[in-house]
Design a protein around this ligand. Sequence first.
Ligand code: DMJ
Length: 673
Amino acid sequence: MYSGAAAAAGPPRRDFISVTLGPEEAVGVGGYNNSKAWRRRSCWRKWKQLSRLQRSVILFLFAFLAVCGVISYSSMGETWKSITNKSLDDQRTEQEIPRLKLANPAVLPAPQKADANRGDYPELSLQKPPKPPHVRRGPSNLQIKAPRRDTRLKIQQDTMRAVEQLVEADKVEKTEKSIISWRGAVIEPDQSTEPPSSKIMEPEKPSSVEAEDQKEPVPINERQLAVIEAFRHAWKGYKDFAWGHDELKPLSKSYSEWFGLGLTLIDALDTMWILGLKEEFEEARKWVAKDLVFDKNVDVNLFESTIRILGGLLSTYHLSGDSLFLEKAKDIGNRLMPAFKTPSKIPYSDVNIGRGTAHPPRWTSDSTVAEVTSIQLEFRELSRLTGDEKFQKAVDEVMKHVHTLSGKNDGLVPMFINTNSGQFTHLGVYTLGARADSYYEYLLKQWIQGGKKENELLEDYMRAIEGVKKHLLQKSEPKKLTFVGELAHGHFSAKMDHLVCFLPGTLALGAHNGLAADHMKLAETLIETCYQMYAQVETGLSPEIVHFNLHAQKGHKDVEIKPADRHNLLRPETVESLFYMYRFTGDKKYQDWGWEILQNFNRYTRVPTGGYTSINNVQNPSNPEPRDKMESFFLGETLKYMFLLFSDDIDLINLDKYIFNTEAHPLPIWVPA
Ligand code: DMJ
């Protein structure tokens, strides 16, 4: 509709929303247009059709919603971040914190790990203060979690602090370790030195460091230099042809294996230390660290591996202060323990150190008396160092049992003992030589080691020496040398093993420790005899066994040698006793006798390409018949005792502080005199 008056007044004001449906809108029925262009146009048209008020209201509403949106986005962001951090923290709590809490700094790559974590997770950084917790905004459930995150942070900070303290402590420890003195110098122990396991009590102090720090080094004399030269020559052969193997075969320039455990190298460690051969020692130490593995399917002799390997490692630990040697000693000590699992607790002779099984020799269930009673110094010391009494218990039990046994003859023991019954066997034969020798030596030495308190040991020792005097001592002709023979079923035999020459030294040691003065007298006469076992022989070297003449015969010396006994294995016993005799008397003749012996070793047993060899015939200077074998005790004992014999420094292994095991490895006396 249209009106003339309304047209004259101008277009009317639109105060209402009118909706006009154009042809396109009318398509509705029967057709549907949902194109973007159509929707845009339609919205715009609608917006245009709104009044200003309406538009303002809508715009205001949009603006308000936008502001709210921004605020809640920010809050949600924090909330989300908090959730994300929580899950990372939880993972770290499970994975990182337990590791960081490990209390052993030496095995912890802690500084690196800790730094890496700081980079990945800034809240672990101790440099940056943690953000204030977001507890004021966001949903209430997150407000509850926030304090937990604080606690975690505190734990992390505490842990980090603890780790840093441990790292610091580790640094201090390493610095302390790096100043172990090498006879006045400073050595840097290998960084790979393993720390003692948590079950091991840290030894109070490696025994020698103290003694060596307190004194001026005494200059080495010419004869000692000659020993160093001899050692170097022997070592060269071992290094060139037998490195890491048991024994050098110097003529064939190869080696022989007994246990396959680098016997010569281990036996020689403390000798190198005492002789001041730093380079050689460090090279050998590297081998021990890297290549000495006891987890091997191999049978070893309990006694031999105890005195050479366990004894060698323990003494080297004491001299060097290097815990590597204690760790290795503990390892072999544990592996030898199955030997004691016998019906009588008298150990079997052989142990498989890889399998953990033990057995007697194939032909008998007996063990040798000297073997089962000469492992005590080492196992007792191992207990003292580790705090694990099982070692000492096992060997003390053997001594207590032997103490009570019948079958002794005035303190003298037979040579065999049965591992089932625990009784002596093959009764009636008494010797201070092979199979019984170090039983007597260890009675005295254990008594000294333990601070002279174990009376049964002393009792047995004193009784045995009386037994020696009563049954085994005789004088030879023509020189009237006092010697120690053997007793077999009531019959005296004038046979004396070179092994018996440990006795003068042991007697002198007893006298030095307050035992009867006549022990020293006997020591003096016996060492003269042992010296004559060298001096009366064509090469100036003793045979393995001698027979003394009891009756004077024209043209006969005191010493007779049977063809089967005329070999020399580079044994130490006489030189060992000369060392004790010189230490306790200061009589230079003992040094001179030792010097003669060293020269004869050089003359008849030295192999030009390196090493020394056992010989078959000490009676033939033009052909002593080299045997092509250098025993490990030549480096472990013979040369060590030579060096100590020629020294005028009583603090070079002070005999009031150390006791030598039967393989010349010095172990500390627990309560030094
Ligand atoms: C070494 O193994 C020891 O000294 C042992 O007591 C006896 N035999 C040799 C040395 O001769």
